[in-house]
Design a protein around this ligand. Sequence first.
Ligand code: NAD
Length: 409
Amino acid sequence: MEDVFLAAEARIKSLQRVMNLTDREVDRLLSSEKISHTELEVEGEKIPAWRIIHNNALGPGKGGIRFHPDVSEGEVRSLAFWMALKNSLAGLPYGGGKGGAKFNPKGRSPEFIQKVSRAYVKAFHQVLGPDKDVPAPDVYTNPQVMAWMLDEYEKIIGQHQPAMITGKPIELGGLALRSDSTARGGFIIANELINAMNENKTELTVAIQGFGNAGAHIARMLDQDGLKIIAVSDSRGGIMNENGLDLAEVSETKEREGTVAAYTKGNKISNEELLELKTDILFLAALENQITKENADRIQARYIIELANGPVSPEADEVLWSKKIMVVPDILANSGGVIVSYFEWAQNKVGNLLDEAYLERKLEEMMKLSWSRVLDVFEKKDRAIDLRTSAYVLAVERILSAERLRGNI
Ligand code: NAD
């Protein structure tokens, strides 16, 4: 597997040429602000854990916490770096942060997960806080985990502090809109792309890798909007039917059997095969590094939308670009989650009740604005750079401008 932070470095180095960045600016963009690392001790097990703030020129750190056996410092650093760019592109008052605990939560008891969640906050409470660094859910963490973490934090500081974490259950200060906000944002972007490229959505086929929070919700939205979902997958494999899958039945199967691969009205396919299907749009909603130089040449989708963070490697980007496959980058396509997290944080800080219908409109407005700004850069550069580079130009300009105003560069 390619080292994920090398991917971040490669991306900024190639941006250096496009934006004429100085070496000092590049160093600043690539250096992490604060790396906190420890080993959590839970029931005699040692669990390596990290919390990393990548950049905080625009505001406190902001980004999820992941529980996964492959978590590493390089991965958390990369994810924090991407959060810094994503928050900047979305115009949010945040830097980038991310956290992770390296263990497999699958098959563990809720009691064990609760102990890990509380141990995580005990270990890192000094670097967390509404104006320091604000976590949220990520892969294999959820509102219940956020609730345990908030509770532990409030016990330590001796007062209520709901704005220290987002993606909470509604009773503890969360927003209903947060549960499917990443998919909602991705759905808005998919529609903008379809319109901008003059496609007829009822004729488009879709394949989705990953059927968790982001993937399952967007599958439902696209299905209801009339697009044909021909394949979906999760960590245990995939299912395909070129006449279109019955999404309600697939979701029931996932609920009952724990995997979409158990669905019987279609052909079983591997995750590798799903990525290489001939389809109009491929959504990547699982993990990073799914399309690399190993398989990029075999990809047949016309458009790729990244709901996961970092699912396409820099080498793969070059191959896809040469094949005229358009990739909508993660920092644009999956920013709906952090935008709604920002609404939740702002509401918790102000102590004011925000109207959900207003927030839905606001999310749509912010996603569309980001899309049009990225498309504008793309067109102004005569489509000589890809959408990812166009998005990075905007995100990096805002971070560097804040760094300059602070006298850091
Ligand atoms: P999740 O844990 O709810 O779902 C992950 C899904 O991916 C599961 O269905 C899992 O079975 C599947 N999966 C894991 N490994 C796979 C593999 N090798 N091949 C195919 N499927 C695999 O996580 P999520 O919250 O949906 O996050 C998915 C991605 O989206 C991550 O990269 C995450 O960082 C990103 N993301 C999520 C949010 C959010 O709000 N949930 C926001 C921004 C970005």
